[in-house]
Each structure stands twice: as C-alpha cells, then as structure tokens.
Ligand binder design. Structure first.
Ligand SMILES: [Zn+2]
Length: 186
C-alpha cells in the first residue's frame, strides 16, 4: 500500500517537480529545443505498471521516446491512433511493444472472472494470449500478448500496415525484466 494520504501524495509530486525545475534551470533538459518540436526515435507501447517506465529503462531524455502506456500494453483504438500520430506526423520509424514480467493485467486475464465493465473490456484484448499460451506462466502469456498486440497494430491500422509493408516502419516486441533491468528483444 502507498505510504501517503492523497494530500501528502500531491505535496510529494509538487516537491518532485521543484527538484525537476532545478535541473531544467541547469539546462539538463534543453527546454528551448523541446519548444521547437519533438523528434522521437521510437514509439514504445507498454504497460502502465509503475515499475516499467520506458524513458528510465532505455535511459533517454525528454522528446526522445514516444511512450503510450495502458494496462497490459494493449493495441486499442486510442493506443493505435497514438502510434499512427507518431508515425505519420513525427516520422518515427520504430515501434516497440514492450511486455514485462509479473504483469498484473496479464495475471488478471489468466485468472478471469468479472472485474467490472471497463476492466472486462480491457481483458478481452489480453484473452487471446491466454488462450494461445494456456500451458505457460504469466511471463509466457505477457510475451505472447505483446506479439498479438503488435499484430493487431498492423491488422487494425491501414496506415501502420502500409508503413510496415513498405519497410519504412519496423514493429518489434520485447520483454522487460524489472528484477534485473534487462530488456530482451525478440
Ligand atoms: Zn503490466
């Protein structure tokens, strides 16, 4: 459980932003460059899990990575549209669908049952991986889920399919072990 009350958590965020402002003032984040625009080198479609922030895992700075995070890293209408934006408007040429170990969303999909309207809808995106991988553990299902959601990106987006078929866009999958920090690319 979190340590803080909601009011204390808000203060904790304010304090964190004050520390960040000091680093911006020291020009560590090149704010002038960021005002000009963004040229992210890759898109990461990953999970909302607090242990797997792509900018930290890949050791990159502001403006360098276009990150879409949703529980289970699923390719739904909103996340596919976000990938399309990066590819068509920003010219990004690489998409990585990033799974991770001990994923709570994947565990919930394996467990099944009624989780309420919205979570149930989310589970539908992960369910195919559970069915394809019923002998496997949560990490096997998470890897399969990344592969199937990578396939969904091209199956459900004409823009991404054409970009991938022309060779302008590569869509990769990877698995992040937060216990070691390592990312294993497939
Ligand atoms: Zn997760």
């Amino acid at each position: 459980m979190p340590r803080f009350s909601n009011a204390a958590a808000l203060e904790w965020l304010r304090d964190g932003n004050q520390r960040f402002l000091e680093r911006v003032k020291a020009d560590e984040h090149r704010p002038a460059d960021l005002v000009r625009g963004q040229d992210p080198e890759a898109v990461v479609l990953g999970c909302a899990d607090s242990r797997v922030p792509p900018e930290i895992v890949f050791d990159v700075g502001l403006g360098e990575l276009f990150v879409i995070r949703v529980a289970g890293g699923v390719a739904n209408t909103a996340s596919i549209a976000s990938v399309e934006y990066a590819v068509t408007q920003l010219g990004t040429r690489l998409v990585v669908v990033l799974a991770h170990e001990k994923c709570g969303a994947v565990s919930a999909a394996i467990q099944g049952g009624d989780a309420g309207r919205n979570l149930n809808r989310l589970m539908e995106y992960i369910e195919p991986a559970v069915q394809r991988c019923h002998e496997g553990d949560v990490n096997d299902v998470a890897r399969m889920n990344a592969k199937l959601n990578a396939e969904r990106l091209v199956a459900e987006s004409e823009i991404l399919r054409e970009a991938a078929e022309s060779g302008d866009l590569r869509i990769a999958t990877a698995f992040h072990r937060f216990t070691t920090g390592a990312v294993e690319f497939d």
